[in-house]
Design a protein around this ligand. Structure first.
Ligand code: HEC
Length: 151
């Protein structure tokens, strides 16, 4: 019986070695500049998947969790990246602001599976109101569709 545990431990260590590449945090080239209260909501709820400041807990290195966590972060960063925010064109930035409001109002972001593990990432009504206010200040009025803009 005992040797199974040893074999399992060795395999897990190997798997961790294999799974870890890609779980990185590149430098933040052009981080978003936002009022502190808004920025802290994004940092709390979105940064693990939409920035280069991902916190990688131990279990994020262990397969099979590592595979889908890695994919979520990779995909999340591709869609929206607060660490390269300043590199977007004006049009793309407005589009991103609009999509952020849309996703949080529909309750689609942060991803529900993530919120189950990170309950502090859940957005309250005041959090969403803050994001809405920020969007207004960024020039995105509520209900305005910018869907036609190039992405
Ligand atoms: C657990 C990871 C995770 C967290 C946390 C998370 N997202 Fe996402 N997000 C993703 C992934 C993966 C995608 C791309 C696939 C999709 O749209 O479901 C995405 C896509 C998006 C998009 C683009 C939608 C589109 O149609 O292109 C926006 C906007 C967004 N997220 C906003 C947010 C905001 C705002 C927060 C925080 C309040 C947040 N997300 C938290 C993983 C995450």
């Amino acid at each position: 019986m005992k040797h199974w545990f040893i074999l399992l431990a060795v395999l897990s260590l190997l798997a961790v070695r294999l799974a870890s590449p890609g779980h990185d945090n590149p430098p933040e080239s052009a981080p978003i500049v936002a009022p502190a209260d808004v920025a802290s909501v994004f940092e709390r709820s979105c940064y693990d998947c939409h920035s280069h400041r991902t916190e990688w807990p131990w279990y994020s290195h262990v397969p099979p969790v590592s595979w889908f966590v890695g994919n979520h972060v990779k995909e999340g960063r591709e869609h929206l990246n607060f660490s390269t925010w300043g590199e977007m064109s004006e049009g793309n930035r407005l589009h991103a602001v609009m999509e952020i409001v849309e996703e949080v109002e529909k309750g689609e972001m942060p991803l529900s599976g993530y919120v189950k593990l990170h309950t502090d990432a859940a957005l309250s009504e005041p959090d969403i109101a803050l994001i809405r206010g920020w969007a207004g200040a960024e020039g995105v009025a509520p209900g305005v569709e910018t869907e036609d803009h190039a992405h």
